[in-house]
Design a binder for this molecule. Structure first.
Ligand code: AMP
Length: 299
């Protein structure tokens, strides 16, 4: 089954203690779409400017990503610049240039409106809601977010949460949103805001799922070296939704395994700048790491 993904399609300039790379293919939707594409068809909704390199469009196409919903507008592509500290756990935003993103309205091609799986990757919650307004009865809707929206668009985010099945956020965002330090308390508070499934990401320490069927604790795939973690969260949720859409059975039956697949795709993302490493992955590489994860966590 197909997955509809909306989010940012960006050019990222990333500085780590070891290297600096300008104008990489980035954005929440780009990372998520490439990650989901390993499992099945993806419909991408986003906007880029006339400066968006053709080779990036070719990369989407190589992954079989449908671009009917990708608007190309006069002006500049959204540009984000960030810098990582030595331990790669902390980063700061150096610049955000909205460009064509400023006036973006995610209008869906008719063929996308029936996509059974919807991933609202990180963009303003109002735009995420606008996508849902146009969908006809999706089977499963997942939303991601970032700290910025908790600060500048909290009411929009709270309205959105009433309409999604699953909400994915990181540890600090969960604590910020609920004002609870304990993550189990935070997850319970988030369920009360609407989502049936709450997934809290803890970076290199893995993630956990709170669901009607109980809790699930997932490790992250252990990496010796992280080259660039930008987009790991987006790859995680993209892989997760892509895997879910590719499986028969209920969400609850597949969600734990989907989290492992998401973690594995995220691990590849961290091993290269932007999507460079993820884009070279083969499905067999993913299966290999999933088997390693199984061995690592079984007792
Ligand atoms: P992550 O590392 O998973 O938090 O995602 C990083 C991606 O988020 C980068 O590729 C950026 O282009 C994108 N990004 C940064 N700021 C924003 C923003 N305000 N809205 C949407 N996407 C953003």
């Amino acid at each position: 089954m197909s997955v509809l993904i909306v989010g940012s399609t960006a050019l990222d300039s990333i500085k780590t203690p070891r290297a600096e790379n300008p104008r990489l293919l980035g954005g929440s939707a780009s990372h998520a779409a490439v990650a989901a594409s390993f499992f099945g068809p993806v419909n991408l909704v986003g906007v880029v400017g006339e400066d968006f390199p053709r080779r990036y469009l070719a990369l989407y196409r190589r992954h079989g990503i449908d671009l009917t919903g990708l608007q190309v507008k006069p002006g500049k592509t959204f540009h984000w610049a960030g810098e990582y500290e030595l331990n790669m756990d902390h980063r700061r935003t150096l610049r955000t240039e909205l460009g064509v993103f400023e006036t973006f309205s995610p209008d869906l091609p008719a063929a996308y409106r029936r996509s059974p799986f919807v991933l609202l990757a990180n963009i303003a919650p109002k735009l995420q809601a606008h996508v849902l307004d146009q969908m006809s009865k999706p089977r499963f809707v997942v939303a991601d977010t970032m700290d910025l929206w908790l600060n500048v668009a909290l009411d929009d985010l709270l309205a959105l949460l009433k309409r999604v099945d699953a909400f994915v956020l990181n540890e600090s965002e969960a604590q910020h949103l609920t004002e609870k330090d304990n993550l189990f308390d935070a997850a319970r508070a988030i369920h009360q805001l609407g989502p049936r499934y709450v997934i809290i990401k803890k970076g290199q320490h893995g993630s956990f799922l709170s669901a009607p069927g109980g809790l699930f604790l997932a490790p992250a795939y252990p990496l010796r070296t992280v080259v660039d973690p930008t987009g790991a969260g987006d790859s995680f949720v993209g892989g997760l939704v892509g895997y879910l859409a590719s499986r028969g059975g209920t969400i609850e039956q597949n969600l734990r395994r989907a989290i492992i697949y998401g973690s594995v795709v995220a691990s590849f993302c961290c091993q290269g700048f932007g999507v460079t490493r993820t884009a070279r992955v083969k499905r067999a590489d993913i299966e290999q790491r999933v088997r390693e994860m199984e061995k690592l966590a079984r007792f």
